[in-house]
Ligand binder design. Structure first.
Ligand code: NAG
Ligand code: NAG
Ligand code: NAG
Ligand code: NAG
Ligand code: NAG
Length: 431
């Protein structure tokens, strides 16, 4: 209940603050590179007006993750999302935002980055249930609503043809959204993508919808990658700043130019039933030097059930399916060797006082990634509590997915190279 109230308070502040970035944040998006902020950054209008305590922010991020995991599981299962518990609504908007300009003349929107979603959608003025900071389509000379005969209308979920417009409905987290399929120019840093197709939200229920819209970086047919194929060649990378250094921004670099040449990579796997998700092959996990004993079936990629491992920018803490998490956690606890283990929210491996933590290495096909302590542990501000920052997939979700989440990706360059079907990871301090 406490988490729920905090979320609501947070939402109300988000709505009240509207569209503008903090004027002190003199940000420069250059070339094909956009700055990326954490939603709680001082540069973000969506930050809580009074800073949350460490415990509150951890609990809040965990609560959002529950909804996120549920959403990802629904993608895998191909069913729509049911609320976690009836009547309980949780903000599920992804954690990192970028700036985009839409229309002629350009209107600036702060879009949430989501690697597990294809479609972009933007709240449009007149939308029922959206925040006040909406895109005013009437003011853009290049805006168009697509009709039912448009080829793209066949690619959206649940299309209907009320009037002449192609309208569609979808669920996102605990929200449902109704949108007109629309087109306008979008400008990302200094690149312009003319006639970009997106959902212009006309109605939203629930509070999972990012207040100013979503930039889907998935690789399905209607995604930004597919629509900007000539410009960006389905290649991008990002560096996500740590949520402990909120004043730092990271970067989203679109296109093949300027991407790291030497980087460890692992093949991307394709699931035809879930074309937008970035699956990789996680083959084993090491705690310290020892490979943990995990049943191979718990890690195996299975396109039919959707099982396997994905990289996701919208989940905060890595979730492993129960048998994998239990094996890793037990190995971790044995290595720490302190008998008294406490819990905090959904984290079950916490210690009061300092610990000597072993490293954890994710072993993918062709690439080992050893997590730095900052990607592995969360510490309370006072340093009195330390937790292993991972958890088992929530047990109310029929989960088969291992999700490598954004805390585990922070201060790394993550390269998505679709033409060469590979995902790369390299340490990088993003500021
Ligand atoms: C959405 O389409 C309907 C017609 O189906 C139209 O009346 C409405 O103005 C459109 N809304 C926006 C924001 O474009
Ligand atoms: C889409 O949503 C609108 C309003 O929320 C509703 O009236 C309509 O029946 C829905 N259509 C579909 C196909 O679910
Ligand atoms: C916007 O897109 C149209 C095509 O839809 C194009 O003709 C026009 O040049 C674009 N404008 C800008 C400013 O990029
Ligand atoms: C972030 O910047 C603000 C001023 O813009 C400053 O007051 C604050 O102390 C900084 N926070 C951190 C964690 O450096
Ligand atoms: C990953 O680490 C293991 C040792 O635990 C080693 O055998 C393997 O060659 C490494 N893989 C790569 C790609 O470096």
């Amino acid at each position: 209940m406490k988490i729920h109230l905090l979320s609501l308070v947070f939402l109300l502040f988000s709505l009240a603050l509207g569209l503008n970035l903090n004027p002190k944040c003199n940000l420069q998006d250059q070339g094909s590179t956009l700055q990326v902020f954490h939603v709680y950054s001082p540069c973000s209008p969506f930050r809580p007006s009074t800073p949350l305590s460490w415990e509150e922010s951890v609990l809040q991020m965990q609560a959002k993750d529950q909804a996120r995991l549920q959403y990802l599981s629904s993608l895998v299962a191909g069913k729509s999302v049911v609320p976690i518990a009836s009547g309980r609504q949780i903000i599920q908007s992804p954690t990192y935002i970028v700036r985009a300009k839409i229309g002629t003349p350009a209107q600036t929107m702060l879009l949430a980055m989501d690697t597990s979603n294809d479609v972009a959608w933007i709240p449009c003025s007149g939308c029922v249930g959206c925040s006040s900071a909406a895109f005013n389509s009437a003011k853009s000379t290049t805006f168009k609503t697509l009709g039912c005969q448009a080829a793209q209308c066949k690619q959206v979920p649940n299309p209907t043809c009320g009037g002449r417009a192609c309208t569609f409905n979808m669920t996102y987290g605990s929200s449902s959204i109704a949108a007109n399929l629309s087109q306008d120019n979008i400008t990302l840093a200094t690149d312009s993508v003319p006639g970009y197709t997106f959902g212009c939200i006309t109605k939203a229920t629930g509070i999972s919808t990012p207040p100013q819209g979503l930039l889907g970086l998935g690789r399905g047919p209607l995604s930004l990658l597919s629509q900007s194929q000539k410009l960006y060649k389905s290649t991008f990378s990002y560096c996500l700043p740590s949520f402990r250094s909120l004043n730092f921004s990271g970067s989203l670099r679109l296109g093949p130019i300027g991407q790291p040449k030497r980087i460890k990579t692992t093949p991307l796997l394709k699931n035809p039933r879930r074309s937008s998700l970035y699956y990789v092959n996680l083959v084993a996990i090491r705690v310290g030097r020892r490979v943990v004993d995990i049943p191979p079936s718990a890690l195996a990629f299975n396109p039919t059930t959707g099982a396997g491992t994905i990289f996701d920018s919208g989940t905060v803490f890595t979730r492993l399916v129960a048998p994998v998490y239990t094996a890793v956690r037990d190995a971790f606890r044995r290595r720490v060797g302190i008998a008294t283990v406490t819990s905090l929210g959904g984290f079950d491996t916490c210690y009061s006082g300092p610990i000597a933590a072993p490293t954890i290495t994710f072993m993918f096909t062709g690439m080992n990634v050893t997590l730095a302590p900052e990607n592995l542990l969360i510490h309370s501000t006072a340093g009195s509590i330390t937790c292993l920052a991972m958890a088992a997939a929530p047990d109310n979700v029929n989960s088969v997915l291992n999700v490598i989440a954004n805390m585990q990706q922070q201060n790394h360059r993550i390269l998505y190279d679709v033409p060469n079907s590979r995902l790369g990871v390299a340490r990088e301090q993003c500021t």
